[in-house]
Design a protein around this ligand. Structure first.
Ligand SMILES: Nc1ncnc2c1ncn2[C@@H]1O[C@H](COP(=O)(O)OP(=O)(O)OP(=O)(O)O)[C@@H](O)[C@H]1O
Ligand SMILES: [Mg+2]
Length: 323
């Protein structure tokens, strides 16, 4: 794996009035990887991205992109990046091709160069057949494909994608994941935000979980799951009043890492299910706890998220004091 640093973020802060949207972020993105910022609404993902692409000035801290400082060398940064914003900027009357042509002029591409690249990009995102009708008639997935083609037009070294599949149907999401993987295979570095756990899990080589403007944890999806310390055995018990006794008993067992009460029973974290399962069933038997259902799970990214933020990603955030 190439460990060349493509992006270096150090102690980045961004305050809007008095609200700290981004609070002391430090991370690095390696060349050629897909790096994700995963977090709930309002976590500070878009703000971080906008700072990296030079649209926002940090309140403090620094970001360098391919060695260029995002503030002092913003012009240089802009020559190596492409950006797909969260809110789509599709005009109501222009066709897909006209959108790309307009951007080509903005980037000062020659007519031949632009025509060639636009044709390639329309093929890449499978919009050739629809390129000459107004983009307002596109489906959500087609609009997003056009957004991505727009982000790719300058032939960037690093592509920034803000919520690439927000609100799309399953099919369109899978197509977009395919494009992102293809771009990586061609050597592009991709930085994306998402609040979809499955997207972060399946697409990102490494990710930072961010909440309230802070990084809660960082690593590859597999590392993050392993770091939770083992697999989970979930017990559903017939008599809920037996839960505390069994919990106390299991907490004493060396084969068991931790025990947590749920609404229906217990979630038991274990290093090795082969060793722990007999202990669990034997303890339940001895304490006359009838087990109604037993389930065994590898930790998922949901579990990682809950462990580091104290809640599920879909639960609403405690409302921050408004600025
Ligand atoms: N221009 C602005 N002025 C004031 N506050 C802002 C501005 N932009 C964002 N914020 C606030 O900063 C915080 C972070 O916003 P940001 O858009 O970065 O979050 P996000 O993680 O991208 O959320 P989402 O998942 O909803 O896109 C939020 O509390 C938001 O209300
Ligand atoms: Mg956002």
């Amino acid at each position: 794996m190439d460990r060349t640093v493509a992006i270096d973020v150090s102690r980045l802060c961004k305050t809007y009035d008095t609200h700290k949207a981004v609070d002391d972020l430090s991370f690095q993105v390696y060349a050629g990887e897909i790096f994700g910022l995963l977090g709930p609404n309002g976590a500070g993902k878009s703000t971080t991205l906008r700072t990296l692409i030079t649209l926002l000035h940090p309140t403090s801290g620094t970001a360098t992109i391919m060695g260029y400082d995002s503030v002092r060398e913003a012009d240089k940064v802009r020559t190596v990046i492409g950006y797909v914003p969260q809110e789509r900027a599709i005009d109501r009357f222009l066709t897909g091709r006209e959108h790309l042509q307009l951007l080509g002029a903005l980037y000062h591409l020659s007519k031949e160069e632009a025509t060639k690249r636009i044709r390639e990009l329309l093929t890449l995102v499978e919009l050739e057949a629809h390129a000459d009708r107004p983009a307002k008639t596109y489906s959500g997935g087609m609009k997003r494909k056009l957004d991505i083609a727009c982000g790719l037009l300058p032939d960037p070294k690093i592509l920034f994608l803000d919520e690439p599949t927000l609100g799309l149907d399953v099919q369109s999401r899978l197509r977009i994941w395919e494009y992102v993987r293809m771009l990586k295979a061609r050597g592009m570095t991709v930085v994306m935000t998402t609040n979809y756990l499955d997207e972060a899990d399946q697409l990102c080589d490494r990710l930072a979980i961010i909440d309230g403007g802070k990084i809660k944890t960082m690593g590859s999806p597999v590392e993050l799951k392993i770091a939770l310390g083992g697999d989970i055995v979930s017990l559903t018990l017939k008599e809920l009043d037996r839960i505390p006794a069994l919990e106390t008993e299991l907490k004493r067992q060396p084969a068991i890492t931790s025990v947590r009460t749920t609404t229906k029973g217990l979630d038991i974290r274990v290093e090795s299910p082969e060793k722990a399962l007999p202990t669990i069933l034997e303890s339940a038997n001895r304490l006359n706890c009838s087990v109604e259902f037993i389930q065994y799970n590898r930790p998922r990214l949901d579990d990682v998220f809950i462990a580091h933020t104290g809640r599920a990603i879909t639960e609403s955030i405690p409302e921050a004091e408004s600025a």
